[in-house]
Design a protein around this ligand. Structure first.
Ligand code: PBG
Length: 339
């Protein structure tokens, strides 16, 4: 018990009340801390996003994402082998095509870079990794939007769905084992599910980027895929201010048949993630995006934060908030530390 608020006499140390609860007991040694840890990182819960560029040459560094490259189809092979031996859960592939057009033709072309990369990755990965593909048009369109545009330049929802359906079939035929629907068109999960089932691909699961926010933290990604986007994605991605709307999008994707749902970005949206983890009947993943990666790398490069501790803490925080798995550009390096 404590002194009354009116007390003025300083209490001697000998008479001071001693705490009854002493949580420090369980923090005293590394072994004890490890034993009582509530959240563990495991390589199998990590997914590595990878960029694959069309054309010859060497892997190209992405300046705003130090340590991350645009792979060639050749360097992809060794990177997949490395990911497999690190024991991570899977990889998420993004294509960087040489030519872009208004409808993103490269996305549905069996010889488009993402589909080519998928075949290579699947052959290289064997049973060791789940090879996943980004199902969105923005890497393939010359205007950089996630869908096709109408005469006014507005992203046409239902016309984009038709492209997603075709893209889904092309990706499954290339061997993709999990489709990451990141375009944020209304009804995209139901539409793609229908297209897959109609084509007999009832066994291919869908990862719905259900609560994907219009975020400044995608900045470095634009360089990574050489996006030509002018303006922003606010007519289809969520307003960062909205928590309830995030929950609603999760509900829709689950109802439409998503096998897994995603919250993206991660660190600024941990409340949305915790809500989803509490209510979702399917696994909930989170994407620690390019800007989150860049921030920590930049601060660490300045010596302002301890790089390894910051990386581990950031991913533990995302898991603690409720993510069953985390997409992170540190997946392989982190797996090496926690194994
Ligand atoms: C859309 C897509 C984006 C990212 C993943 N999928 C970009 C966007 O929506 O603007 C961003 C990933 C990252 O920033 O790491 N295809």
């Amino acid at each position: 018990h404590s002194d009354g608020a009116g007390s003025i006499s300083p209490r001697s140390a000998a008479n001071a009340p001693r705490p009854i609860d002493r949580p420090r007991r369980l923090r005293a040694t590394p072994a004890m801390r490890r034993l009582v840890s509530e959240t563990r990182l495991h390589p199998a819960d990590l997914v590595l996003p990878m960029f694959v560029r069309e054309g010859a040459g060497a892997p190209m560094p992405i300046s705003s994402m130090p340590g991350v490259v645009q792979h060639t189809t050749e360097s992809l092979k060794s990177a997949i082998a490395e990911a497999a031996s690190a024991g991570i859960g899977g990889v998420m592939l993004f294509g960087v095509p040489e030519h872009k057009d208004a409808v993103g033709s490269g996305a549905t072309d069996p010889d488009g870079i993402l589909n080519v990369a998928t075949r290579i990755a699947v052959a290289e990965a064997g049973d060791a990794l789940v090879v996943q593909t980004d199902l969105c048009l923005d890497e393939f369109t010359d205007h950089g939007h996630c869908g096709v545009l109408d005469e006014r330049g507005y992203v046409d929802n239902d016309a984009s769905l038709q492209r997603y359906r075709d893209m889904a079939i092309a990706q499954v035929e290339a061997g993709s084992q999990l489709l990451g629907l990141s375009g944020m068109m209304d009804g995209q999960v139901a539409s793609v599910r229908d297209a897959l089932d109609e084509a007999g691909h009832t066994g291919t699961p869908i990862l719905g980027y259900a609560a994907k926010y219009a975020s400044a933290f995608y900045g470095p990604f634009r360089e990574a895929v050489q996006s030509s986007l002018e303006g922003d994605r606010r007519t289809y991605q969520l307003d960062p201010a909205n928590r309830r709307e995030g929950a609603r999008e999760i509900e829709f994707d689950v109802a439409e048949g998503a096998d897994i749902v995603m919250v993206k970005p991660a660190m600024s949206y941990l409340d949305v993630l915790a809500d989803a983890a509490a209510s979702s009947p399917v696994p909930v993943w989170a994407y620690q995006v390019s800007g989150e990666y860049a921030m920590i790398e930049a601060a660490a490069a300045h010596g302002w934060i301890d790089r390894r501790r910051a990386i581990e803490e950031s991913v533990v925080g995302i898991r603690r908030a409720g993510a069953d798995a985390v997409l992170t550009y540190w997946a392989v390096e982190l797996a090496g530390w926690i194994r």
